[in-house]
Design a protein around this ligand. Structure first.
Ligand SMILES: Cc1cc2nc3c(=O)[nH]c(=O)nc-3n(C[C@H](O)[C@H](O)[C@H](O)COP(=O)(O)OP(=O)(O)OC[C@H]3O[C@@H](n4cnc5c(N)ncnc54)[C@H](O)[C@@H]3O)c2cc1C
Length: 508
């Protein structure tokens, strides 16, 4: 880790507000002589991590009176008003581990979610499309310590979570709380020139936040000073830039395709008792396909694949897209690779559905494949580039990073948001400790507590996901393929190792 010095700060100027860096700096200096509204905590980013932090601070009697501000460039009013018919689901869904759900319950946010839209699952089937080796997880085979814990994860739409967190925050009243919705960070600078009565702001981050949207140019920016500035502002974090904290990482050259699917009817007994998540690794296509259950016989798809395959899949008409999803769970890698190349333009080509049905007649079907996809909700097929990033440090004087601003990982284990919520839980505990012990919440010594709790666990999980991605991107008969196959088979036969893996995946 890099050593942390105050000299590391450099003014952050939003790229779209920059008219030449020199002009920007001059402008900053003029502004610095003006006054700024003082807050205890300023959080940039109103995604699940930022809102989770605010909700946690407002929920604790020790921190609820802190003066806090949230700056979010999107319209929080839209997030608050999010509403979908019960037969429709957003395509951005996360599998929340039991420990994330515990945290949300503890801070009183879970009760503000629409839990009819949340789907728990109790079983997982994970297998290698190339070697066929498989591992299955279910709670019934667990050690007695886990007997009372039936849920592996809870599938929750991100929009449902964000709306629930907003409701929780607003239920705590608006005293000492300012939400800068539709505002972006125009600049962040060190308050060295700031003239203010009260605390010495010379080393405090001073933000200039300005409205976004129509007529934004005519509106004046607001200046706010932060005793503690939290970057919950995602992968391109302006707060991280201001603190001059570098990241390590790489782009996977993979895209995650997401979609909301309707499934064929399930056996009613299965429906009432147990829901299952399915993941099949497809090494020759560059990553796994996962089908995770949603209520009412729906499922969310996350298919990590090469950009050219993602572009091909997105270009398909709906019936062909559905055929490809079913093929990815049920055909051999050779058949699947063939189908990935069927031309759309040539009229004498057989359709994807015909091709799938013909090939299925000659492919033995194992019992662990998911129910067939029979529909795709309109407008839900989308893709996201997959990346790995890890900030060199999470803290600087008066700065803390949480969530994707601190780490972005491969989604194959569904852990990114869970790590972000664990960060928020740890940071809110750190702030609580500092307040109750009369410490300065922005002091580096205070923040060390947060960083030492979160840096290594995040590095461990991000590294494990990266390793899995790399292992399952290797095709052919080499030692990695052999080790991969042996690994899953051996783990599947060792209940204690499985239990350990489950424990880690669930955040306990
Ligand atoms: C395909 C896919 C599937 C995934 N599945 C899972 C899963 O199953 N489980 C799981 O745990 N995780 C999953 N993840 C990861 C998860 O989605 C992210 O980790 C999580 O959404 C990050 O939340 P965040 O609040 O840290 O950041 P974001 O959600 O990126 O929020 C950052 C916020 O900051 C705001 N912002 C940025 N810049 C500024 C600025 N200058 N001024 C003001 N506001 C600003 C943005 O508008 C945004 O609202 C998945 C990711 C992908 C790509």
């Amino acid at each position: 880790m890099r050593s942390i010095t105050r000299a590391a700060f450099r003014p952050y100027i939003c790229p779209s507000c920059r008219h030449g860096i020199g002009a920007g700096r001059r402008q900053l200096r003029t502004q610095a002589a003006q006054s700024a509204e003082i807050y205890d905590v300023v959080c940039v980013g109103g995604g699940p991590a930022g809102l989770g932090l605010l909700a946690a601070l407002r929920a604790s009697p020790i921190t609820s009176k802190l003066k806090v501000a949230l700056v979010e460039s999107q319209d929080l009013g839209k997030a608050r008003g999010w509403n979908l018919d019960s037969s429709q689901f957003s395509n951005r869904v996360s599998s929340l581990t039991p420990s994330s759900v515990d945290f949300l319950q503890k801070i009183g946010a879970w009760e503000h979610l629409d839990t009819d839209r949340v789907q728990n699952y109790q079983e997982m089937q994970v297998w290698d499309g190339e070697t066929g080796s498989r591992i299955s997880f279910d709670r019934s085979s667990e050690t007695p310590a886990f007997e009372d814990l039936q849920t592996v994860a809870s599938m929750t739409e991100n929009a449902n979570l964000v709306r629930g967190l907003l409701r929780r925050i607003e239920a705590s009243g608006d005293e000492n709380l300012t939400l800068f919705s539709n505002h972006t960070v125009a600049s962040i600078e060190n308050g060295s020139d700031l003239q203010a009565e009260g605390p010495d702001l010379s080393a405090w981050p001073i933000l200039s936040v300005k409205p976004t949207g129509p007529n934004a140019e005519t509106l004046a920016p607001t200046r706010i000073a932060a005793r503690l500035l939290v970057g919950a502002d995602g992968i391109n974090s302006p707060v991280r830039s201001f603190a001059d904290i570098p990241t390590q990482g790489w782009d996977y050259n993979r895209h995650g395709i997401v979609a909301t699917l309707a499934l064929a009817d399930l056996d009613p007994a299965t429906l009432s008792n147990t829901r299952t998540a399915y993941q099949r690794f497809l090494p020759s296509l560059g990553g796994p396909i996962a089908l995770l259950p949603l209520p009412n016989n729906h499922a969310t798809l996350v298919w990590s694949t090469r950009p050219e395959h993602a572009a091909y899949l997105k270009s398909l008409p709906t019936p062909a897209f559905i055929a490809m999803v079913n093929a990815a769970f049920s055909l051999s890698m050779t058949d699947l690779s063939y189908m990935m190349g069927i031309s759309q333009s040539s009229s004498d080509q057989t359709s994807h559905e015909d091709e799938l049905n013909w090939r299925l007649q000659h492919t033995p079907q194992p019992s662990h494949i998911p129910p067939k996809a029979i529909g795709v909700q309109e407008g839900t097929v989308a893709s996201f580039p997959l990346r790995f990033r890890h900030a060199a440090q999470y803290i600087s004087p008066r700065i803390a990073l949480v969530g994707d601003a601190a780490h972005v990982i491969h989604p194959l284990a569904g852990q990114g948001l869970n790590l972000g919520l664990a960060d928020v839980a740890a940071l809110s505990r750190t702030i609580e400790y500092a307040v109750s012990h009369g410490m300065d919440i922005g002091d580096l010594l205070t923040l060390e507590r947060y960083s030492s709790e979160r840096y290594l666990p995040n590095a461990k999980i991000g590294g494990a996901c990266d390793l899995l991605h790399k292992m399952y991107s290797v095709t052919g008969q080499g030692p990695i393929t052999w080790a991969r196959s042996l690994g899953l088979e051996v783990i599947d036969r060792l209940p204690f190792v499985k239990s350990f893996l489950m424990k880690n995946a669930e955040g306990y």
